[in-house]
Design a protein around this ligand. Structure first.
Ligand SMILES: [Zn+2]
Length: 74
C-alpha cells in the first residue's frame, strides 16, 4: 500500500492486543467492547486464547498507520 500522504510504500505489520481493538468517536468513560458505544467500529474482536490482532500499514516518514476494517463487523 502506498502512503496517501507521501506516496511511498508503507510497511506491513500487525497491531495486537489482549483486548478488543476498536475505534470510537470519543474516549470512553469506561473501557469496554464497541457494542456499548454508538458509532464504534470493531477492528478486531477479542479471542480469549489469541487476543486480538489487526493488519496495519505504517509510514515511518509521516508517522501514520492505516488499518482496513470490514464494514460488516461494525
Ligand atoms: Zn508517508
Amino acid at each position: 500500500m502506498l502512503c496517501p500522504y507521501c506516496s511511498k510504500e508503507m510497511k506491513y505489520g500487525v497491531i495486537e492486543s489482549q483486548h478488543e481493538i476498536n475505534w470510537k468517536p470519543k474516549k470512553a468513560k469506561l473501557l469496554g467492547a464497541a457494542d456499548f458505544h454508538e458509532g464504534a467500529i470493531i477492528l478486531s474482536e477479542r479471542s480469549f486464547l489469541k487476543g486480538s490482532c489487526v493488519e496495519a500499514y505504517c509510514c515511518s516518514d509521516c508517522k501514520k498507520i492505516i488499518i482496513d476494517y470490514d464494514e460488516e463487523l461494525s
